[in-house]
Design a protein around this ligand. Structure first.
Ligand code: S3P
Length: 174
């Protein structure tokens, strides 16, 4: 199957949604955010869903949503930070998409996400920075395996990240 989506993966706070929205505008693609689709489908916020049903139930819905998004075309898809933990998701996304990993250091991620209550995996942790480091360490191999390209977002403006992502995507599509 040929590539007809641009997919952004990476940890929370790496800019997947904001970069994705700008990329979609420039490409004339539809922007899809897997977390937003999950909220639409469940009728509640991600944080509330985690609190009521737990992470395993969330991952099941995330998997169904990603499979559905990957079937579409002409889209920029921003995924939740844990989407690549399931091989099935990676397979579906890579089958139809060029996959770009956005990265940042734990410190920069911490500055960006702060004490956001929207991030259930960080909420309620006494030491979020350590939690970010731990999660990143376990996820890094999954992120690297899933990506066609990596862009380090530290020290770059959102526009500069968009430029790099789009240049690589256009080159890939030639
Ligand atoms: C998660 C990241 C979140 C959201 C959920 C789980 C994760 O998305 O999907 O809270 O496992 O890293 P963002 O990466 O958009 O914050």
């Amino acid at each position: 199957m040929s590539v007809h989506n641009l997919v952004l993966i990476g940890f929370m706070g790496t800019g997947k949604s904001s970069v994705g929205r700008l990329c979609a505008r420039q490409l004339g693609y539809r922007f899809r955010d897997s977390d937003v689709e999950i909220e639409r489908r469940t009728g509640c916020s991600i944080a509330q869903f985690f609190a009521d049903h737990g992470e395993a139930a969330f991952r099941q819905i995330e998997c169904a949503v990603i499979a559905e998004l990957a079937r579409g075309s002409g889209q920029v898809i921003a995924t939740g930070g844990g989407a690549v933990l399931l091989e099935e998701n990676v397979h579906a996304l890579r089958a139809t998409g060029f996959v770009v990993l956005l990265t940042a250091t734990p410190e920069v991620i911490w500055q960006r996400v702060g004490r956001s209550h929207k991030r259930p995996l960080l909420a309620g942790t006494p030491d979020p920075l350590t939690r970010i480091r731990e999660l990143l360490a376990t996820r890094e191999p999954c992120y690297a395996r899933a990506a066609d390209l990596q862009v380090d977002t530290c020290g770059l403006t959102r526009e500069a990240v968009v430029e790099r992502v789009l240049a690589a995507y256009r080159e890939h599509r030639k």
